[in-house]
Design a protein around this ligand. Structure first.
Ligand code: CAA
Length: 257
């Protein structure tokens, strides 16, 4: 599997490392990036030399969410018809374990992406959040479902409805992530864990992952329901205003319609 412009894939058997690589936009998750990542994970599933993957972000953030520029002017019909967020489901079908090593901003789709993976290690500077409400929409890639399962309904409600960010320490205390480590050792921690898992019997690892997901992950039906609600917001004036205001670097003026 070759790297593309938007991700970098490094195979170091028994593990693979994938970097999100759009640092100039804080690794905003474009359709191209998600497709490349899904292709890479599917390739890794077919590669007998690899037993686990570490995903990290280049630059000052893991990922600041789905690419706002790529959807600001989309209509509800376009969003629903293309069902572009369905592409993300491919990421979470990976059979081999995926460990996210996150730093800086882990927002919107960035937070949603890692919640759908298997293990999350964060550096002390990581800031999590579902800030979609601030740009006139809601989480559309699993945030309302997976955050709620992880930290409980009332906390998820407050965070999603305010768009407030929360620290790595807070994420750890609420049980969202596995651990918080100093930035200097983030990658080595994730890599050591990936190598340990990659050395375990491969088929048993994949079956155990599958079984745990059955007990603790959101269903396709729940994720589809959320995604469809997200698309409906593209018929509102507040979605256009919120996303345009972000890109024009000004405060939005919401009308409630
Ligand atoms: N999409 C597109 N571009 C983005 C982006 C995003 N999600 N996040 C940041 N960028 C771009 C900025 O536009 C900026 O580009 P320019 O240099 O060309 O102006 C560049 O990345 C650097 O960002 P900032 O200048 O804003 O950096 P900052 O340090 O001042 O602020 C931030 C950082 C608080 C993370 C801010 O960038 C931000 O709020 N980003 C958007 C966060 C967000 O709303 N995410 C949710 C997206 S929607 C979503 O994810 C839907 C879903 O459920 C799938």
């Amino acid at each position: 599997m070759k790297s593309s412009a938007v991700i970098e894939v490094i195979k170091k058997p028994p593990i693979a490392v994938i970097y999100l690589n759009r640092p100039e936009v804080l690794n905003a998750l474009s359709d191209e990036l998600i497709r490349s990542l899904a292709d890479a994970l599917e390739d890794i599933d077919r590669d007998d030399a690899i037993g686990a993957t570490v995903i990290a972000g280049k630059g000052r953030a893991f990922a600041a969410g789905a690419d706002i520029k790529g959807m600001v002017e989309a209509t509800e019909e376009e969003m629903a018809k293309s069902d572009r967020l369905a592409l993300w489901m491919r990421l979470w079908k990976a059979k081999k374990p995926v460990i996210a090593a996150v730093h800086g901003f882990v927002l919107g789709g960035g937070c949603e992406m890692v919640m759908g993976f298997d293990i999350i290690i964060a550096s002390e500077d990581a800031e999590f959040g579902q800030p979609e409400i601030l740009i006139g929409v809601m989480p559309g890639a699993g945030g309302t479902q997976r955050l709620t399962r992880a930290i409980g309904k009332h906390r998820a409600m407050e965070l999603v409805l305010t768009g407030r960010r929360f620290s790595a320490r807070q994420a750890y205390e609420w049980g969202l992530i596995n651990r918080v480590v100093p930035r200097e050792i983030l990658f080595s921690e994730a890599q050591t864990l990936a190598v340990e898992i990659a050395k375990r019997p491969r088929v048993a690892v994949m079956r155990a992952k599958e079984a745990i997901k059955k007990a603790g992950d959101s269903s396709t039906e729940e994720l589809t329901f959320e995604r469809q609600l997200f698309y409906t917001l593209f018929s509102t004036e507040d979605q256009k205003e919120g996303m345009r205001a972000f890109l024009e670097k000004r405060e939005p003026r919401f009308k409630g319609k």
